[in-house]
Every structure is written in C-alpha cells, then in structure tokens.
Design a binder for this molecule. Structure first.
Ligand code: ATP
Length: 310
C-alpha cells in the first residue's frame, strides 16, 4: 500500500470578501504526526475542509497522493477526517450511523463494530448519536475517520471535550497511526498538546504560512539563543562576563544569569578560568507555547482586548 502525502499548493480561499486562506503551501508527510497550529480564525479548519473537498478553493489546490479528493476512487479508504464531531445524524444509533457510512463505502459491517470497540463506544452502540457527550461524539468521529483504514488522517481539534483518559488515548492513537506509516494532520491551538503529540509543525496565521518545521527547530528558532547559568556567585559571574563585553539579562531569580553573545562552552570556560562556582549551565530554551506566541504575534486576529486599550 503506497503511503500518501498531502500537498497543499498555493491554496487561497475567500468567503465573500474575507480572505480565510492566503496562498498557503505545505506538505504533510507519511509516518509522522504533523501539528497544524494557528490562533483562532487562522484558517486551519478551512484548509482541512479544502483537503477533503468540502470547501472549493478560490485558487490553488490540495493533492492527496498526487490526486484531488474529487478524483479519488475510494475517498473514505484514502482519507479519514474528523472535522465536526457533531455531524453524526442525531436520530440514528451510534452503530447505525457507522454502519450507514460503512455500507455506502462498501466496507464490511464487521469493520464498523471493530471501530466501535477501538474507540471505546461498544457499550453505547445502541444509543442515539444525538445524546452523546462531546467527548463521546469525538470518539465516534474518530471511529468514522478510521472506518476505511485510510493512509491519510485529518483531525480538527480532536482533543476537544475529551477527559484526561481520552486525551491520553487519542495521543497514543495518533502516534500509533503515524508509526504505521500514515500521514496524520492534527489541528490544535493548544501548544502543550502538540508538544506531546506532533514531531512536525505547520504554523499559520491570518491564512498564511508562518513556519513549517520539526518541533525542535521551531522551539530553537523561537528561542532567545542565550545561555542560562545558575551560580551561588552571580555578582562575580556578571563581572567576568561583562568584562568580556557579553550582554547580560536577569534570570528568574538572583542566582540565575542569562548571557547573550557566547555559547555554553565559552561561558563555562570563562567561569572556570575565574573560579566562579557553577551549579548549572545550559542553552536558554523557550517552551513551545512561548515560541508560538513569538511566531504568531503579528497574526492574531481575535485577541481579547487588553484592559486600558483603545
Ligand atoms: N463558512 C464561512 N463563511 C464565512 N467566513 C468563514 C466561514 N468559515 C470560516 N470563515 C472565516 O475564515 C477565517 C478562517 O476560519 P477557520 O475556521 O478556518 O479558522 P481556524 O484556524 O480553524 O479557527 P479556530 O481555531 O477558531 O477554529 C475566519 O476569519 C472565519 O471567520
């Protein structure tokens, strides 16, 4: 079975006069979880809808394994998507909903039951889909997405509404699916969640690409690029470093000194040379959350108004 790549090529989408996606290009490779990040209204859902042909691009295109969604022979067997957990037909039972999907895609009934087991909904299979909690509706959405055993998965905010056990479950599920060689694109505005799940990131803001790189690269690009030293002799260390013309910033506490303009090795050697005791020394890193804020600072559409602002 060939592994499929998602290629978003110069995708642009207008809703009336609103530019939701602006000349966006990126790739989602098989074998890893790609986190799709951006502030509210950045265009994540619009992009995902365009991948599965729910939204027609104003220009540009999205290819899955080199083909448009509309041209796929067996769409559900190629791409599985969880876009709107509440989309299940309310009147039907959980099982009937999945069976309906399976039969219309020539997928055996057995597979629907297996998926109900997998997502933990077997016990509520006869309940009406409408009565499900958001978390259970998410699970049903995941079951539907996996029904055709697709090589490509799109999950829009799958963690929404899940309890802690459910969050852990979906994380492991996504990683497992990627390890099996599938391409997994998962959107979120929760950086912390992405740090635990994704190995690669696509970050957008106002419909435009801001970053496409591995999680490590993303954090190191956003990092301040300094060195953090913990010492019982901060004044002495500051003197030594300042004498070398290095820039110093205050750390979170007095015993922590942040140095710019030199690497860990240089700072360590300077401290040793001047017999300054050092308890800890490491490159200054930022959290994924901080890096994200830095990347998207100019691209936040809906920001809560600060007190005292216009
Ligand atoms: N059906 C629609 N009609 C009109 N405007 C829309 C429609 N869908 C989305 N938009 C607009 O397009 C922009 C992108 O929205 P989209 O839902 O894709 O963002 P998002 O990144 O998924 O946001 P969130 O994190 O809040 O879900 C927003 O300005 C939104 O208001």
């Amino acid at each position: 079975m060939g592994a499929d790549v998602i290629e978003v090529q110069r995708l642009t989408k207008y809703y009336g006069r609103t530019l939701a996606v602006d000349d966006l290009s990126f790739r989602v490779e098989p074998g890893r979880v790609t986190g799709f990040l951006g502030p509210n209204g950045a265009g994540k859902s619009t992009t995902m809808r365009a991948v599965i042909g729910l939204d027609r691009p104003s220009s540009g295109q999205v290819l899955i394994g080199g083909r448009c969604y509309q041209d796929l022979d067996a769409p559900l067997r190629t791409v599985g998507a969880l876009l709107d957990a509440r989309s299940a037909h309310g009147r039907r039972s959980v099982r009937a909903h999945l069976l309906g999907l399976a039969r219309s895609n020539r997928i055996p009934d057995r597979r629907a039951d297996e998926m109900l087991e997998l997502v933990g909904l077997a016990a509520v299979a006869d309940q009406r889909a409408k009565g499900l909690s958001l978390g259970m509706a998410q699970r049903l959405g995941v079951a539907a997405a996996l029904l055709g055993d697709p090589q490509v998965l799109l999950l829009d905010e799958p963690v929404n509404g899940l309890d802690p056990e459910g969050v852990l479950w979906i994380r492991q599920l996504m990683k497992g699916l990627a390890q099996e060689g599938r391409a997994v694109l998962v959107s979120s505005h929760l950086m912390s969640e992405m740090a635990l799940t994704a190995s690669h990131l696509v970050v957008i803001g106002r419909g435009r690409l801001l970053a496409e790189m591995s999680v490590e690269e993303f954090v190191s690009q956003g990092s301040r690029g300094g060195v953090v030293v913990t010492t019982p002799q901060p004044e002495r260390l500051r003197e030594v470093l300042a004498a070398r013309g290095l820039e110093l910033r205050d750390g979170p506490e007095r015993s922590v000194v942040e140095v710019h303009g030199a690497d860990v090795r240089t700072v360590g050697e300077l401290a040793a040379e001047h017999q300054v005791v050092v308890y800890g020394i490491s490159p200054a890193t930022v959290s994924l959350e901080e890096a994200f804020m830095e990347f998207t600072a100019g691209a936040v559409e809906y920001r809560a108004r600060q007190q005292g602002a216009e």
